[in-house]
Design a protein around this ligand. Structure first.
Ligand SMILES: Nc1ncnc2c1ncn2[C@@H]1O[C@H](COP(=O)(O)OP(=O)(O)OP(=O)(O)O)[C@@H](O)[C@H]1O
Length: 902
């Protein structure tokens, strides 16, 4: 407290000093300490400058110095005071001042704060004062507003109340309206009711009126009746009379009733009589019926006996027919040549037509079947200028000439006797020759597509005939048929029925009893019979497969030109059911038919590509070899044959001789542009025809010694011959298609050690130069001819070809005598599409066209099957007329060509 009280005056003083600079303190003149004090002040300033001391401290020192100066000036204004003392005093003061200054600083700070607070308070007070008024105003205004709101609120409440009041009134009004409406509707109803009641009332009134009227009327009526009654009661004669009449009528009716009763009685009597009569008749009839039944039974027995006799007779007559048939074929010759002129097709529109004369009459011979075409080669220009016609060059006399109106059925009628001989155990071969597009495939029926079954060619018709043949002989014969379909393309052989396109190997086998060898295709054949019937589905499937597999190509002449030769071989083995069965040697026939669709002969085409050129060359080469062979066979001076020069003739070798019946179909185009090829084909046909005249002979006749040839042809019937022959020293494989294939019931050797012929493996290539390969489970690979050569040798000693087959069969089956495993045919034709008119239909349709009893064939009426072609080229009446007529329009719808009159 004392310190504080001490410092209070200083404090006040210092407060004043803060506001002064050192210069404000003047140094009293003459003061000895003054310079030292100045130093202190300077030092303080310096220290303050370098921040060694705080500003407040510096201020304190400065204030103190100033104080001291004053003090000194006041107290020590004496000379002699030493600066050292002053300085020490100053230093002590300074130390004290430092402490003080710190305390002073706090005090000052507090003071400042207090001042600031005071200022703030003042400002606050000022602010409060300043704003207090505004607040007061605001409160005042708010209060006023509140009052107004209260007022408004009051008004609003008043309004609401008013509205509620009005609403209540409105509701009351609605209720009143509804009430009114109800009352209105009630009033309507009442009105309606009222009007209804009124109406009812009106009606009732009217009814009452009516009743009144009626009452009045009744009353008047009653009165009237009363009047009448009065009149009646007076009694009159009229009523009496009517009563008498009524009585009479009643009597009459009674009488009529009595009469009717009498009649009914007599009728009842009649009925009883009739019933008795009927019973009598029935008894008599029953008796008759019984008698008739007995008679019928007796007749049936007689008929059965007759039937059996008839069946036997029929079988005999069938055989006699077949024999006659063969004789007919023999009489007609081994090689028969027929020509067919293709009709015009739509594709031929605009083409110039060749003239054909097919009705040549030869003096002394009557009509002969030949083909005449104008010899344009020798039709010189001067002759043309002179108006001369070209000379007609004739080719023939052929077996038959089918003109453009002939149908496939007509062709088949001509060739079917030959096919029939094959079914009966002979060999037959039908081949179609001609330029590309001339109709070979159409005639043979090998194409996959045929618009209708009726267009079916020789192949489907033959199969139809075969089916008929087998079924009609079912009672007496059992047949097994095997089929093989080969294709020769570029001198390579393929199996058309196989799923693959692998080349078939050609092997050579010796012919039993001869020095001959034959070629055969080493591939499997298909059995097409099942349950003693021709399996039509199987056959149709095979034909479809073959048609699909055959190589065809579009050429200038034909859209679907066959680029290969195809050979369908059918081997028909028949076993008689009874004849010889009792002693184990059933009568057996084995026939082969070959149906050959040759590739089209062609002119060399400069513009053709390499493949076509090679193809064409190969085709022409093989055809020329065939031509050469036929020529050699017809030439008695020929010493050799060219069978081995081409694959075609190699395979056809066995069926072109050795008693085989051959038909050549020479196909020609009707177009003038094909003149050269037509002439060429006709020339070949003419040559073949003359070959027939020389009696066709097989290669044996030409190349073998007469002894061997005869041995070959009669080996089946002369068992001793082979033993005489030198060849019995060499193992030989019998070729049943040779002499052994012939039907020879008498000389048949014992059938087999193991069983019947049904167990014969399906070998096909008998009679043609091919041999089937058999694939059966467990039997391993195909059996080759050499594998059974030992057995063949043994059998050769017996001299019987049939026996050799038996031996071979026996060895194939095995010594155990077990029958062979079933034949397995591996093929997959599921992916092949069926043709629109499938072979099945074509065969079935052909089946209905002929039966087995029509031998010799009855010529069918020649109905044109292609009316368009018929209409295109009408038959000319005269030769010249015909010649001119051939240039008529090619199609009915196509462009017409002017008749060219030369
Ligand atoms: N008699 C015919 N009636 C109706 N059309 C026929 C007749 N002959 C042939 N054709 C038709 O002529 C065309 C050619 O016939 P096809 O294919 O049979 O000739 P091709 O001689 O076999 O020929 P390629 O040797 O080139 O195979 C075919 O469209 C065929 O339908």
């Amino acid at each position: 407290m004392s310190g504080r009280s001490q410092h209070q005056p200083h404090q006040i003083h210092r407060q004043r000093a803060f506001s002064r600079s050192p210069d404000d303190y003047p140094v009293p003149p003459g003061s000895p300490n003054i310079p030292a004090l100045r130093d202190v002040e300077a030092e303080v300033e310096r220290l303050a400058l370098v921040n060694d001391i705080g500003q407040s401290t510096a201020d304190v020192v400065r204030a103190f110095c100033a104080y001291m100066r004053e003090d000194l000036n006041l107290k020590y204004n004496v000379e002699g005071t030493t600066p050292k003392t002053v300085e020490q005093a100053l230093r002590a003061v300074l130390d004290k001042a430092t402490v003080c200054s710190k305390m002073q600083d706090c005090v000052t700070y507090l003071e400042i704060c207090r001042n600031d607070h005071a200022k703030s308070d003042a400002r606050i007070v000022q602010f409060v004062e300043k704003h207090d008024n505004a607040i007061q105003d605001h409160i005042k205004r708010e209060t006023e507003k509140e009052a107004m709101k209260q007022k408004e609120w009051q008004r609003f409440n008043d309004l609401i109340e008013y509205k509620f009041e009005m609403l209540g009134k409105l509701i009351e009004g609605d209720e009143a309206t509804n009430e009114l409406k109800k009352k209105a509707s009630q009033s309507d109803m009442l009105q309606n009711k009222n009007s209804t009641l009124q109406q009812l009332l009106d009606e009732a009134t009217a009814a009452v009126k009516e009743m009144h009227r009626e009452t009045e009327a009744k009353t008047s009526e009653i009165r009237k009746l009363q009047g009448e009654l009065q009149g009646l009661s007076n009694g009159d004669a009229t009523t009496q009379r009517s009563l008498i009449d009524a009585n009479k009528r009643a009597d009459q009716k009674e009488k009529a009733l009595r009469d009717a009763a009498q009649e009914a009685e007599s009728l009842r009597q009649d009925k009883a009589n009739l019933e008795a009569e009927l019973r009598q008749v029935q008894d008599t009839l029953k008796e008759d019926l019984e008698n008739t039944r007995d008679e019928l039974r007796a007749l049936k027995n007689v008929h059965r006996q007759g039937d059996e006799k008839l069946t036997k007779k029929l079988a005999k007559s069938l055989e006699a027919n077949a024999k006659l048939y063969e004789e007919l074929c023999d009489a007609k010759g081994s090689l028969r040549v027929m020509t067919r002129v293709r009709p015009l097709l739509d594709a031929d529109a605009g083409e110039e037509v060749e003239y054909f004369d097919t009705e040549r009459t030869s003096e002394g011979l009557g009509k002969v079947q030949s083909v005449g075409i104008p010899d344009y080669r020798h039709w010189s220009i001067p002759a043309q200028q002179r108006g001369e016609e070209p000379k007609i060059e004739y080719y023939g006399d052929f077996e038959h000439v089918f003109d453009k109106q002939a149908a496939n059925a007509d062709v088949f009628d001509e060739v079917k006797p030959v096919i029939g001989t094959a079914f009966n155990g002979k060999k037959a071969c039908i081949f179609a020759y001609g330029q590309s597009g001339s109709g070979k495939t159409h005639t043979l029926g090998t194409a996959a597509m045929a618009a209708t079954p009726e267009e079916g060619g020789i192949i489907p018709r033959s199969l139809g005939m075969l089916a008929q043949w087998i079924s009609s002989r079912k009672d007496t014969w059992s047949y097994t048929v095997h089929a093989q379909f080969l294709e020769i393309y570029s001198e390579k052989v393929y199996d058309l029925l196989a799923g693959t396109r692998e080349e078939v190997k050609i092997k050579v086998e010796p012919v039993l009893g001869t020095k001959q060898t034959h070629h055969y295709a080493d591939c499997s054949s298909r059995e097409v019979t099942r349950d003693d019937e021709l399996d039509m589905d199987e056959v149709a499937g095979l034909l479809d497969t073959a048609a699909k597999n055959r190589r065809v190509r579009s050429t200038v002449k034909n859209d679907q030109s066959s680029r290969s030769h195809s050979i369908l071989t059918l081997r028909v083995v028949g076993t008689h059911r009874t004849e010889g069965a009792e002693n184990g040697q059933p009568r057996r026939t084995e026939g082969v038919v070959n149906l050959v669709d040759l590739a089209g002969s062609e002119k060399f085409d400069m513009s053709a590509d390499k493949t076509s050129t090679i193809e064409g060359t190969q085709i022409n080469l093989s055809l020329s070899v065939l031509r050469k062979v036929i020529e050699q066979m017809g030439n008695p001076k020929a010493t050799r044959t060219s069978f081995r020069e081409s694959m075609l003739t190699k395979l056809l070798e066995p069926c072109l001789g050795n008693g085989s019946k051959v038909i050549m179909l020479a196909m020609v185009s009707p177009l003038k542009k094909d003149y050269d090829e037509t002439k060429n084909t006709l020339k070949f046909a003419k040559e073949a025809k003359s070959a027939k005249m020389q009696t066709i002979r097989g290669p044996d006749n030409l190349t073998r010694s007469p002894t061997l040839a005869s041995a070959s042809s009669s080996s089946a019937s002369s068992p001793s011959h082979s033993s005489r022959s030198a060849i019995n020293r060499t193992p030989r494989i019998p070729v049943p298609g040779g002499a052994a294939a012939k039907s020879s019931p008498v000389s048949r050797p014992p059938l087999s050690r193991s069983g019947t012929f049904q167990q014969t493996p399906p070998r096909l290539n008998t009679g043609v130069a091919s041999r089937s390969r058999i694939t059966s489970p467990g039997s391993g690979s195909a059996r080759t001819p050499q594998s059974s050569s030992l057995n063949a040798l043994k059998s050769t000693n017996t001299g019987d070809a049939q026996r050799y087959r038996e031996e071979r069969e026996f060895s194939r089956i095995g010594r155990s005598g077990k029958p062979p495993a079933p034949l397995v045919i591996e093929r997959d034709i599921s992916s092949l599409p069926l043709s629109p008119s499938s072979f099945r239909e074509r065969i079935a349709s052909a089946q209905g066209c002929h039966d087995n009893d029509d031998y010799p064939p009855v010529p069918r009426p020649k109905t044109p099957t292609t009316p368009t072609s018929e209409s295109r080229v009408p038959r000319p009446t005269s030769k010249l007329g015909r010649r001119n007529a051939v240039r008529r329009p090619s199609t009915a719808s196509g462009p017409r060509r002017e008749t060219e009159n030369e």
